[in-house]
Design a protein. Sequence first.
Lengths: 115, 112
Amino acid sequence: GAGVSQTPSNKVTEKGKYVELRCDPISGHTALYWYRQSLGQGPEFLIYFQGTGAADDSGLPNDRFFAVRPEGSVSTLKIQRTERGDSAVYLCASSPSGGLRDEQFFGPGTRLTVL
Amino acid sequence: QQQVKQSPQSLIVQKGGISIINCAYENTAFDYFPWYQQFPGKGPALLIAIRPDVSEKKEGRFTISFNKSAKQFSLHIMDSQPGDSATYFCAATDQGAQKLVFGQGTRLTINP
């Protein structure tokens, strides 16, 4: 079946602009995660959704970052007033139920470049 | 705050050799330790995982060794193949949180 998909695959924007990154999880997965991966580093947790609600948003770096999952499926990560330091690969993952040992299935990521 | 420390940063192994990657953690609440494999342009994919109530888990050529008292765990890749060339991440999570905490990654190159 289809895996996690993310669009766009690449996004180049200018400092100060607003961007939206989209994630389509595996069908039926109730848990959805966003991570950010800087060059040469491991992914860093941003936010976790269980259904429509954000169960843990402790990883969002500041209030310029916001994510939604209005119908419990597709999620959008929104970044306002982008800064050059926001440049990274943004990864989305989903898991069947969000259980401790549920495998998280990752998408290919969106590479965000802020000029 | 680096909760999971991974070494080495890069590793070159000859085909057929053993690749060993090490991780150490600080948070004693961690109780699930997966390893992920990532190829360029792809997202990480789960390779193998271990719970702290066992000291070793083997799946094919991949083995995790776990030392709870030392708070360390390692990945061993036996009979390493060129197709194993990728970046490997150790990770950890605890029962109170679903988020994965990743190490910095090890770029593994298997020379033919």
